[in-house]
Design a protein around this ligand. Structure first.
Ligand code: PMP
Length: 405
């Protein structure tokens, strides 16, 4: 008799898909591949010496507390530090509203857990951060994609939501150097988006891991500063210190804090107290004020290298604009190019990218791709983009363009 499995998977498990990015990253780990695929901060920016000293200090000064179970809300001094930083960018935040999470990725999970029922509408940008779609999906929302342009989501599309998707629980939005498009929402659009959201009675979930990585001018004040009662704000230490620390935070309106805390407790009791204390030791005396400008200068040079390389090597009809911060270029290829179908050819030629398709909740634009400029050196960026350009031009010159679906 064939053995039958004793396990029955939950319906929500069917909503979980292998991350296409992770699958692609496997390809890009092949030797000799120049990868512009992963959104990995440059390890050259990790403050290794400062971390080493801070670990030693925490273990010398408060080893028993640092290694003990800790409060679910997070380490008090770190919550105060976060509230202080956000106040500087115009947000009215008390430390009591700050929940330290295990990466901002966990914040996305907790938010969906307390706000999304099966079948409830959730609005997202088109395209949006793939990891947010993955975090929300197990709660079985119905995604509504909000149309946008180079400045962000269109206020008139937000205004239509009460009609098109009544009862939308929230709109997930990335105003600063969005993953994947790199776009930043200008002041006027922020105002218009918030006004439209307020009129539509549509709460906002504002994700801001890239806001500090601006190259020319800091971005305008966050949406949360304009509508604190209607906005949940997420931040992260991943892009300004190191992602391996898994430290992020959620700032919620007071009425939501108890539920978020209960969800956090159930998920993992608390974010590692040791990591929180170490990070607080590193940043407490203004370290980031010197450190973040160094990251900006480095990434800006890499951005410039990629802009020059794209100009030199991509085939006519390709469209992009240089991002003013963050980590990504978003490219729209000429007609006849299908980014997903071309990826194996690119990897074979020694270069990798992420196709844009998985960043759309619906109706993907299959001609799009995301290129990260932060992991390769300017010289490698030039070589990688030259190779990519060659692959694209060969494809466009061949007869088999139709082969791409
Ligand atoms: N939001 C966005 C838009 C991201 O790009 C990322 C990381 N790639 C995250 C959230 C999660 O970051 P972390 O969990 O490391 O804070």
């Amino acid at each position: 008799m064939p053995m039958t499995t004793p396990w029955t998977l939950a319906q929500r498990a069917a909503r979980m898909n292998p991350s296409i990015i992770r699958e692609i990253l496997k390809l890009t780990e092949l030797p000799g591949v120049l990868s512009m695929a992963g959104g990995l901060p440059s390890p050259d920016t990790f403050p290794i010496e400062e971390m080493r000293e801070a670990c030693a200090r925490v273990l010398a000064d408060s080893p028993r507390e640092a290694l003990q179970y800790a409060a679910s809300e997070g380490y008090g001094p770190l919550r105060e530090w976060v509230a202080g930083q956000l106040q500087k960018q115009g947000q009215k935040v008390s430390p009591a509203q700050v929940l330290i999470t295990t990466g901002s990725q966990q914040g996305l999970d907790l938010i969906a857990k307390i706000l999304v029922d099966s079948g409830a509408p959730v609005a997202v940008e088109a395209p949006t951060y793939l990891g947010a779609l993955q975090a929300f999906a197990p709660f079985e929302p119905i995604f509504t994609s909000v149309a946008g342009d180079a400045d962000g989501p269109l206020p008139e599309a937000i205004a239509r939501l009460p009609h098109d998707a009544p009862g939308t629980r929230f709109m997930y939005v990335l105003p600063n150097f969005q993953n994947p498009t790199g776009r930043v929402m200008p002041e006027a659009r922020r105002e218009a988006v918030v006004r439209a959201a307020q009129a539509a009675h549509l709460p906002l979930v504002e994700d801001n891991p890239y806001g500090d990585l601006w190259f020319d001018a800091p971005p305008p004040a966050p949406l949360a500063a304009r509508w604190p009662e209607g906005t949940i704000y997420l931040g992260s230490f991943s892009k300004v210190l190191a992602p391996g620390l898994r430290l992020g935070y959620v700032v919620a309106p007071p009425e939501l804090c108890p539920k978020l805390l209960q969800a956090k407790q159930a998920a993992d009791l608390h974010t590692p107290g040791f990591n929180q204390r170490v990070v607080f030791e590193v940043i407490r005396n203004g370290f980031l004020d010197e450190h973040v400008p160094r990251i900006r200068a480095r990434y800006k040079a890499q951005r410039d290298a990629m802009a020059t390389a794209l100009q030199a090597h991509l085939p006519a009809g390709s469209e992009w604009s240089a991002p003013q911060g963050g980590m990504f270029f978003w490219i729209r290829l000429p007609a006849g190019c299908h980014a997903m179908a071309l990826l194996p050819k690119a990897v074979e030629a020694g270069v990798a990218y992420v196709p844009g398709e998985p960043f759309y909740a619906q109706n993907p634009d299959t001609r799009t791709m995301r290129l990260s400029f932060v992991t390769l050196t300017p010289e490698e960026i030039n070589r990688a983009v030259a190779t990519l350009g060659r692959v694209l031009r060969e494809h466009l010159a061949s007869d088999n363009q139709q082969e791409t679906p």
